[in-house]
Design a protein around this ligand. Structure first.
Ligand SMILES: [Zn+2]
Ligand SMILES: [Zn+2]
Ligand SMILES: [Zn+2]
Length: 149
């Protein structure tokens, strides 16, 4: 898992919110893309669930701290959540439609291990995410990215 670490207190606080957690888990398992707390909140309310946005935020943070969901931060600083596979992986995320693919990064793993060893660090974690436009969202003609505007 590639989730950033969050304070352990979130995990403790989250244990009380089991009903919200179940609802969120259900919503997340039906999603391929990363989703924001607001989107998940909307989805639960659309099903008639009564839950506040603050509770959704808190529960998601607890789930991320427990390693139950992966998170990525967008360029706007918004945190997005996704239920992923359990083995270590990275993501490539479409900036336009949110399509997410789980990817391996063997080169990144080797580099991280060597860099940590070189500097005598242990228990090192890393977060590497790729953002771009998926095949469907990429413009048909392949102009260099800086050529527009
Ligand atoms: Zn993931
Ligand atoms: Zn896309
Ligand atoms: Zn990795």
């Amino acid at each position: 898992m590639a989730a950033a670490t969050a304070p352990r207190a979130f995990a403790e606080a989250g244990r009380r919110d089991t009903r919200q957690r179940r609802a969120l888990r259900e919503k997340l398992s039906g999603l391929e893309a990363f989703a924001s707390a607001q989107q998940l909140h909307d989805a639960i309310r659309a099903d008639g669930g009564k839950v506040g946005l603050a509770t959704v935020y808190r529960t998601l943070q607890a789930m991320a701290a427990a390693g139950e969901v992966d998170t990525v931060r967008t360029a706007d600083g918004e945190t997005l959540y996704r239920k992923c596979g359990t083995s270590h992986h990275h993501h490539i995320v479409c900036r336009s439609c949110g399509l997410t693919v789980e990817i391996d990064g063997p080169g990144v793993e080797r580099w991280a291990e060597r860099a940590a060893a070189d500097h005598g660090f242990t228990n090192v974690q890393h977060v590497v995410e790729l953002f771009g436009f998926c095949a469907d969202c990429s413009p048909a003609q392949s102009l260099p990215p800086t050529a527009s505007h």
